[in-house]
Ligand binder design. Sequence first.
Ligand SMILES: Cc1cc2nc3c(=O)[nH]c(=O)nc-3n(C[C@H](O)[C@H](O)[C@H](O)COP(=O)(O)OP(=O)(O)OC[C@H]3O[C@@H](n4cnc5c(N)ncnc54)[C@H](O)[C@@H]3O)c2cc1C
Length: 368
Amino acid sequence: MEKIAVIGGGIIGMTLANYLDTSKFEVTLFDAKEGQATRASAGIISPWLSKRRNKQWYQLAKDGAAFFPKLIQDLALDDSIYKQSGTLIFRTKEALEDLAALAEERKKEAPEIGDISLLSAEETAKALPLLKPTPSLFVSGGGRLDGHAYLSHLAARLEQKRVQVVSERVQLRKKATQWLVSGTFGHKSFDRVILAPGPSLKPLLEEIGICADIRPQKGQLIVFQTPYLHSQEWPVAMLEGEADFIPFNNGTILVGATHENDARWDLAPTEAAYQQLIQNTAPFLTDSDQLATWTHTMRVGTRAYTSDFAPFFAPVPEEPTLIAASGLGSSGLTTGPYIGYLIADYLNTGTWRGEHYQKPIGTYLSRI
Ligand SMILES: Cc1cc2nc3c(=O)[nH]c(=O)nc-3n(C[C@H](O)[C@H](O)[C@H](O)COP(=O)(O)OP(=O)(O)OC[C@H]3O[C@@H](n4cnc5c(N)ncnc54)[C@H](O)[C@@H]3O)c2cc1C
């Protein structure tokens, strides 16, 4: 049986391991669980109104969002993990009208956007009563994914599929036609390796003489525990500026997230990030003094991004038995499950359907 190693147990690695055909492959997943972006993420799935001009990225994000109904069914996700809660978007009045027109245009190719409505101040406050009455745009197809709960759920499914999970940081080396994965357990030999280690792709590939255009970006968010135990009924609010308001289950509300390019691998929560997120959110709340009365913790993760902020996922040039996937940036919860599925589908069937979503992988990888 062909032996496959997956290095990285974030949203890409865990999804693809769940979709791999274990009647064909013996699969081992290695995960260091450090700095993981998936576990730290805010959870917003609502890519359609992004102003990004990269058409390949938009196609990937759109198809990634459209993939969710299949994902929910295939992996038996319940409402506590993913909920199509709808999204409220806040902009100036003219900008909201432009966005509504863009939404109608994009809906022609992306019916999963759902209903699009410009809400009055009163209607917005009714949809999410903690917010100041302000006009907004509502799209019913938006949702939120609990990255932590998703990974725990998928880990339990991997046990049933008899995928071996090894929780430690590993190194990679090539020996003749085989790949050697090394850790405290010694060495294990594999026919193929899938690299899904987020920003650690760069140091991992350097070990085998390949330079990757990948950088770490620190992201912090606040997890509030509020008394609003029916919070799961509320939509996600994408506020103006660097703060979004994401209600989850049983009173948990996230406010985030920062994008810190200079902090690199640092995982320490900072008071400055807390203050910045509060300052950005407070003007949108009816009673911003409430924020100080809710208990909170900070969550920190490291995103991976490339020079053009686009992800890549494909076989490595001149190394067809090695597949690399990284650079998902701020939208990896939206694109990650679909990327994981496309890679698994390639391994299961031999058909590669990932090409038109990205530039050639040689754009991001070069020999040292
Ligand atoms: C604060 C924050 C908020 C976010 N909010 C959103 C959002 O609202 N919507 C959205 O779509 N996206 C969001 N994102 C982005 C999204 O979370 C990421 O793009 C996505 O989770 C990346 O998934 P991944 O599988 O590539 O990497 P990760 O989730 O980072 O997983 C990589 C794993 O590989 C492991 N690893 C690395 N090197 C090794 C090694 N040598 N050996 C073994 N294991 C290794 C790491 O420890 C880690 O567990 C957010 C990210 C952050 C940080």
